[in-house]
Write a protein that binds this ligand. Structure first.
Ligand code: NZQ
Ligand code: ZN
Length: 384
């Protein structure tokens, strides 16, 4: 296993009725700004519950953070935070609202154009306002990590930044708050979490036995809970799903192992260009990428085949193919299509995605940096 530092200061407050614990975890003084999305938190009562849990506070509100949050919308929030001198932020929503709040937290005290935060991948972030989150959509892991993905809509750009300054102080995870999610978002969340684990697990072996088993256990749990998560409001099932999504991207399973974020980087460009949901882009790219990288990923693919999908019959080649097929089937069964043509995209899209990747400086992707534009074209053409 490689050397590593594991740092995660976010306090997780998990379970039924935990929004009531906001009072204990949010500062009693100062100005508290609650930020939310396009209205689901208002409609299902979560926003009211949050406000009720904060008696005696001076509260400000900012709604309208859209899926794939935009720089343009978030800068409006930054202006209010600066003008009103907000001192603590609370994100109520899914990954988009939480990512948006991370950006607002870092942008408010930033000197210079806050787009610089994205252009430097967060390296220029010196300070950020403290913030907590109330998660309503298990998927991204943003509630317990320090990453954020922000779009600049008119330029078709989707960039990420990371900074130790933007870990949430706390995150409230109440599985009951996911009951109002449409099936589409649950399916998206399962696939996003699944792919997060895959990108930290399915690389090359480095003797990290425990990390491997952590990753395999999350994959197996996601596969187990998926049908009931989509079709029922079973609390225990939702709780497991929620915890899987958080554990999939909080730094734990990445510790000491190589990572391959190529599927995400290519997927982000597909969303930036065509507005396809984040998880849906991953379902298009991942099976094709695994096929292309069978040689480089051979050992881990065989381990994945055996331990996660229980595939033990046939040659190495057959077991690897079967594991990729199982992965594709899993996504398709959840309703996530796995080809560009399912979205009426053809060869012209491949060119556009490649051009955008180049613009974002993504020309050496994968755990070994070997996914160059030529290989990337093969991956995308095979996903047509
Ligand atoms: O906006 P509202 O009205 O709240 O509706 C949202 C939105 O339309 C709705 N929703 C959320 N909770 C709900 C609900 N509807 C009913 N009941 C609830 N309880 O769901 C829709 C999608 O929400 P969004 O936050 O966009 O989804 P998700 O959590 O999948 O976040 C996706 C964003 O996160 C980024 C993605 O790129 C994308 O921009 N990611 C962030 C990561 C990170 N910070 O670590 C990693 C990920 O790989 C990902 O890139
Ligand atoms: Zn993701």
């Amino acid at each position: 296993m490689h050397n590593f530092e594991f740092f995660n200061p976010t306090k997780v407050i998990f379970g039924k009725g935990t929004i009531a614990k906001l009072d204990r975890n949010v500062p009693a003084d100062g100005k508290i700004m609650i930020l939310y999305g396009g209205g689901s938190a208002q409609r299902n009562g979560t926003l009211d519950e949050v406000k009720k849990a904060l008696p005696g506070r001076t509260l400000l509100e900012f709604g309208g953070i859209e899926p794939n949050p935009s720089f343009e919308t978030l800068m409006q929030a930054v202006e209010i935070v600066r003008r009103e001198q907000a001192t603590f932020l609370i994100a109520v929503g899914g990954g988009s609202v939480i990512d948006g709040v991370k950006f607002v937290a870092a942008a408010a005290p930033y000197s210079g154009d806050p787009w610089g935060i994205l252009q430097t991948y967060g390296k220029t972030v010196k300070e950020a306002l403290p913030f907590g989150t109330v998660l309503t959509l298990p998927a991204t892991g943003s509630e317990m990590n320090n990453g954020s993905v922000i779009s600049r809509k008119e330029q078709h750009l989707k960039l990420f930044f990371q900074s130790k300054k933007v870990f949430p102080v706390f995150s409230i995870l109440d599985p009951e708050k996911t009951y109002t999610l449409p099936k589409r978002q649950i399916a998206n969340g399962i696939v996003d979490a699944f792919v997060h684990v895959m990108e930290q697990y399915l690389t090359i072996p480095v003797g990290a036995r425990l990390q491997d088993r952590f990753a395999e256990s999350i994959l197996q749990t996601l596969i187990e809970v998926a049908p009931a998560a989509i079709n029922s409001h079973d609390y225990s099932n939702r709780a497991d799903f929620m915890w899987c999504a958080t554990m999939a991207l909080n730094g734990l399973i990445a510790s000491g192992v190589p990572e391959d974020w190529a599927t995400h980087m290519i997927g982000h460009e597909i969303t930036a260009l065509y507005g396809i949901d984040h998880a849906r882009t991953l379902a298009i790219v991942m099976p094709s990428l695994l096929n292309e990288r069978k040689d480089a990923k051979c050992k881990k693919l065989l381990q994945y085949a055996e331990r996660v999908w229980k595939l033990t019959e046939g040659s190495d080649e057959q077991r690897m193919d079967a594991a990729v097929a199982k992965t594709r089937e899993f996504f398709e069964e959840l309703g996530l299509k796995t080809h560009l043509s399912d979205y009426d995209l053809g060869l012209e899209a491949v060119d556009a995605i490649l051009a955008n990747l180049q613009k974002s400086g993504m020309s050496k992707l994968g755990e070994d940096g070997k996914i160059d534009p030529v290989m990337c074209r093969r991956i995308l053409e095979a996903a047509l």
